[in-house]
Ligand binder design. Structure first.
Ligand code: AMP
Ligand code: GLY
Length: 394
């Protein structure tokens, strides 16, 4: 088995690490990967959006399976190109990935299929959006409709703040084309958590629930970031609620997309708010989460390669997807200045210390003259798992 993993962060390192435990002993290729994960496979210098390059590589190297990590590759249609070339791909089509890449598509889809989510209105006209904000009689959230690297969401406390946010997105184009259209939606109250599932186009297998941690610094003292850590499972989601999310959200998404001619093959990520009226969708991601993957995959007892291949063959119902009764936690180490500007080039020491039930996943590292240095803001995901969360954290 020859497997190509597209992406270069901690999530892709975790996928590669888990695939290395497969009894099929797959040979791994990482496009582009990073130096910190190079021991697990061959680094391939191709950009994640380079569809033609990835297709040519997959053909030449007789790749049996491609696993797509980041949304940028899905948005660029890389999975479609690979499938058209006859390559098995774990990752949805560009059309199905609109669940993540277009918030307008996601909201309208949920409305069509009665999937619980916040009430909303979508606008491309700045004046109409401002007018809506003046008359709406509930607290709102304003979102750029396109991809904005997790930054295009504003929770205004006053009308003035809301109008400023609309101005920034729609007039000043703070997020470029992603903010040409905005969604103004009802602000929900409750605890947040994420539930992901493996999907094969018709069947799904849920993963353990997870929570990620977006604020920098201890005790939530810093600004929002791309994710400073995660843990799984998330005790805020009870077994009954998990079943409710599967039944009222995840399965209807898979069924609805199949019915609309866009069968979903890949990891489906539902970001949820557990409201007094039950779980509701905040957002979908059309891929594994980062850093959620770093805490979810260490809990998987089944062979990840079997699960991913079954998804690409519409045979997920034939695989027993088993999870260990334990907990995992990941803390991201970031470089000084993150998230505004990150300093790079610092040497990294201490990685050779043995860890019994843990793993250090590399997000932004590079070899420089034989020594490992940081090459990005998020550098390492220090991960541990044990019988329960407290022990894992210790
Ligand atoms: P999103 O990228 O859509 O998940 O939004 C990012 C964050 O904004 C979420 O993790 C929530 O903390 C918050 N958020 C988004 N939508 C809502 C909503 N309708 N009500 C309350 N908070 C929200
Ligand atoms: N941790 C959230 C995400 O992967 O989008």
């Amino acid at each position: 088995m020859r497997v190509l993993i597209v992406g270069s962060g901690g999530r892709e390192h975790a996928i590669a690490w888990k695939l290395c435990q497969s009894p099929h002993r797959p040979e791994l290729f990482l496009a582009p990967g990073n130096d910190g994960m190079a021991a697990l496979g061959t680094l391939v210098p191709l950009a994640v959006e380079d569809g033609p390059g990835l297709v040519a590589f997959a053909r030449r190297e007789r790749i049996d399976l491609v696993v797509i990590g980041p949304e940028a590759a899905l948005a660029a249609g890389v999975s479609d190109l690979l499938r058209a070339a006859g390559v098995a791909v774990f990752g949805p089509t560009q059309a199905a990935a609109q669940l993540e890449t277009s918030k307008r598509f996601a909201k309208a889809f949920m409305q069509r299929h009665s999937i619980p989510t916040a009430r909303y209105a979508a606008f491309t006209d700045f004046g109409a959006a401002c007018e809506h904000l003046r008359v709406v009689d509930y607290p709102v959230v304003i979102k750029a409709a396109g991809l904005a690297a997790g930054k295009g969401v504003v929770l205004p406390d006053t009308l003035a703040e809301g109008l400023d946010a609309l101005q920034a997105m729609m007039v000043k184009r703070q997020f470029g084309a992603a903010g040409e259209e905005v969604i103004i939606e009802e602000r929900l109250q409750g605890e947040e958590c994420s539930l992901l599932a493996f999907c094969d186009g018709k069947t799904l297998a849920v993963m353990p629930s997870a929570q990620d941690h977006k604020r920098l610094l201890d005790d939530d003292r810093g600004p929002n970031t791309g994710g400073m850590g995660a843990y799984a499972p998330a005790p805020v989601l009870s077994a009954d609620q998990l079943e409710e999310v599967r039944r009222t959200i995840l399965q209807p998404v898979v069924d609805g997309l199949a019915a609309e001619g866009m069968p979903y093959v890949g990891a489906l990520y539902a970001g949820l708010m557990l409201t007094a009226d039950g779980p509701k969708v905040l957002e979908f991601n059309a891929r594994f989460g980062d850093p959620e993957t770093q805490v979810i995959l260490p809990l998987l007892e089944s062979d990840l390669l079997d699960v991913l291949l079954a998804c690409t063959r519409s045979e997920l119902d034939r695989v027993d997807v088993r999870w260990a009764e334990r907990a995992a936690v990941c803390v991201v180490l970031a470089s000084a200045g993150y998230p505004d500007s990150s300093q790079t080039g610092f040497p990294i020491r201490g990685l050779d210390a043995p860890v019994a039930q843990g793993m250090v996943f590399h997000a932004g590292t590079r070899l420089d003259d034989g020594r490992l240095i940081n090459a990005g803001g998020r550098v390492l995901g220090v991960t541990a798992w044990d019988s329960d969360l407290r022990v894992a954290i210790d």
